[in-house]
Design a protein around this ligand. Structure first.
Ligand code: CU
Length: 509
């Protein structure tokens, strides 16, 4: 189905209203429901899932250090909107089909409130998973100002729940940040980018059968999912009218599998000011920005003196990344129309310096872990991926001590880039280095074949998701805390995460 581009205006998700707020804490309730929403004006309304009747969910805005309680409430139907594969971990026929649990991606949260995949719950909390601990989650928000997002994390069906619409923004604000005089208010706009495919009746399409049908499998997990349309904030190929001035955009790749390499067709620079974990030390002017699933970038685009111009955001990332097919049909993301009059003089700035970003030094690490990313084949001949060659259910092997610093070597033996995400902490990327995969497979020895490459300028800040490229060892460094307990680390390609590319880890005393 061919949908016209740039016919619908970009929606901006509403800000979530608190049920209670005083000087001690803030309380929110968030309902998950099924409803119909227009995702493109040429398409029948689409049945989606969302938070508080909105897809994307309403934006949650908190102050750094603000104590926030959220009751996430499942009011979804008992039957899933999309085909469930009952053969994958945690999604067998012994559990209810529709399960939810919410994770705030990038947040430092106590383990009971982190959205552990097996802490799921059903409508009215009638049934809960083995790791369910509480109905009301607590967020201490002891983080720097940053651009986080919340989404579903239920074991075995995360890809389906997020694809159905269960995702929203979560911003942490800080006084210090507002002193920088960045574009703000109506000039600060979140952009959640996703890819989807639609059936002719406007409903969401998700593959139902394996490519080579297997009798036992009525539906099947797919090793990757790529949609044929691009949505921004829940609209297909939208446009945004802007004034000839500076804007701040909070970019988030909330797609299941697709990577993006964004460019402006005007050739102008994009000024990146922040990474996953908040502001960088100083801004960088870049021609393109790569975002893997779950990665974010905080950017400023300057439309000054561009009156009456239309600027298209393009994408030329191959799928799968980095060696797959060219983007072609999905090579376009959205359009900026510099068609609004300037309402007041633009006094916002692109600062020359933002804030110090202390580097974690390698010598402070007390432990190094060597962890492989592996390709595998299941009993039905389906491809699947593992971390450290271990399935989800294997005993815990990553058990960092509270307050300790570790270096993890992510040894990618597969042919794809995997965005690796750790819960609880922000890490820093040390370097990436080519190595001999064949030699490693035979002798279990890392033989480097190139120099250690520093992180890209766009990655020099706090990160919670890192692109681990094929045939490279990617090294990250992080300090574990301030909580102890059970968390997870996983690939953020949701089709991989749902099918074994996820491992528990525990922070111990
Ligand atoms: Cu992966």
């Amino acid at each position: 189905m061919l949908l016209s581009k740039f016919v619908d205006e970009l929606p901006i998700p509403p800000i979530l209203k608190a049920r209670w707020k005083d000087q001690f804490y803030t309380y929110y309730e968030v309902n998950m429901t099924e409803f119909k929403q227009s995702l493109h004006s040429e398409l029948n309304d689409t049945t989606v899932w969302g938070y508080e009747g909105s897809y994307p969910g309403p934006t949650i805005e908190v102050e750094s250090g603000e104590k926030v309680f959220i009751k996430w409430i499942n009011n979804l139907p008992e039957k899933h909107l999309l085909p469930v594969d009952y053969t994958v971990h945690g999604a067998h026929l012994d559990v209810p089909e529709v399960r939810t649990v919410v994770h705030v991606h990038g947040a430092s949260v106590e383990p009971e409130s982190d959205g552990y995949p097996e802490a799921w719950f059903t409508k009215g909390f009638k049934q809960v998973g083995p790791y369910f601990r509480k109905q009301i989650y607590q967020y201490d928000n002891n983080m720097r100002a940053c651009n986080l997002w919340y989404h579903d994390h239920s074991i075995g069906i995360t890809r389906l729940n997020v694809y159905s619409g269960l995702a929203g923004f979560y911003f942490v604000r800080e006084q210090r940040e507002s002193l920088l005089n960045l574009p703000a208010g109506q000039y600060e706009i979140p952009l959640m980018i996703q890819d989807k495919t639609f059936n002719y009746d406007g409903s969401l399409y998700y593959p139902r059968k394996p490519e080579n049908p297997v009798v036992e499998l009525e539906t099947s997990i797919v090793p990757e999912f790529f949609g044929n349309t691009i949505l921004v904030n829940g609209k297909v190929w939208p446009f945004l009218k802007v004034e000839p001035r500076k804007y701040r955009f909070r970019l988030l790749n909330a797609s299941n599998t697709r990577f993006y390499r964004f460019k402006l067709d005007s050739g102008q620079l994009i000024y990146q000011i922040g990474t996953d974990g908040g502001l960088m030390e100083y801004p960088i002017g870049v021609k393109e920005i790569i975002l893997a699933p779950a990665e974010r970038a905080d950017v400023i685009i300057d439309f000054t003196n561009l009156e009456e111009k239309n600027i298209i955001v393009k994408n030329d990332a191959p799928a799968p990344f980095p060696d797959g097919d060219p983007a072609n049909a999905v090579g376009i993301v959205m359009e900026f129309r510099v068609s609004l009059p300037l309402t007041s003089i633009d006094t916002s700035v692109i600062p020359s310096y933002m804030e110090p970003f202390p580097k974690i030094i390698e010598q402070s690490a007390s432990k190094e872990r060597y962890l492989t990313l592996n390709d595998n084949m299941d009993q039905y001949g389906r491809e699947f991926m593992l971390l450290d060659n271990k399935p989800w259910d294997a005993p815990i092997t990553e058990n960092p001590k509270l307050g300790s610093t570790e270096i993890w070597y992510l040894i990618n033996l597969t042919t794809d880039t995997h965005p690796i995400h750790l819960h609880l902490i922000d890490f820093q990327i040390l370097d990436r280095r080519d190595f001999d995969v064949e030699k490693y497979n035979k002798e279990r020895i890392i033989h480097y074949t190139g120099p250690a490459l520093p992180p890209e300028p766009q990655e020099r800040g706090g990160k919670d998701t890192v692109r681990a490229n094929p045939r490279q060892v990617t090294r990250i460094i992080m300090k574990f805390g301030p909580y102890t307990g059970l968390y997870v680390w996983h690939c953020h390609i949701l089709e991989h995460e749902d099918y074994e590319m996820m491992r528990p880890y525990i922070v111990i005393r």
